[in-house]
Ligand binder design. Sequence first.
Ligand SMILES: [Fe+2]
Ligand SMILES: [Fe+2]
Length: 172
Amino acid sequence: MNEYKLYKCQICGDPYIGDDAPINCPYCGAKKHYFVDARDYLNRFEQENNFTENEIENFKSSLKIEIDNASFYKAAAENSTKDLHKWLFKSLMKVESEHASIFSKHLKITKPELVDMDASTDGEENLQESHRREQIAIESYQKYADAATTPRAKEIFTALVEIEADHLGLDD
Ligand SMILES: [Fe+2]
Ligand SMILES: [Fe+2]
């Protein structure tokens, strides 16, 4: 009999079934070492995190970045003419939306809707814009990670620096 295993991502909290934990979380992109056996999962969204005011402010700024970027990727997926570009931007839209969910959960608010945005029909141009956006995200999250004092805030921002840096490496 095939034995599957149930894992949980400690960054986004989503469950995953597989023989092994994935190299990257299919939902938020977090790296494998953030996965634990579901039985050992500690719910970081419900534990007492005691975030500082500064961390809460940085969560709010991060939420804006993620909604903005997810909205851009949605437009880029719709407008780009080549399939490869459409698929790339669609998958980035999903990951950034998941990041918006993480921040919304910690802020205890409903995740904001994506907004209408312009994107080019030229996927290459959209890739350039993607790199500009990811660069800003990485710089922001690095700054927020350095400033974070509570373990969960540090954990999230550190993981996001890694994830968005992976996005910078994407090309068609
Ligand atoms: Fe995840
Ligand atoms: Fe993100």
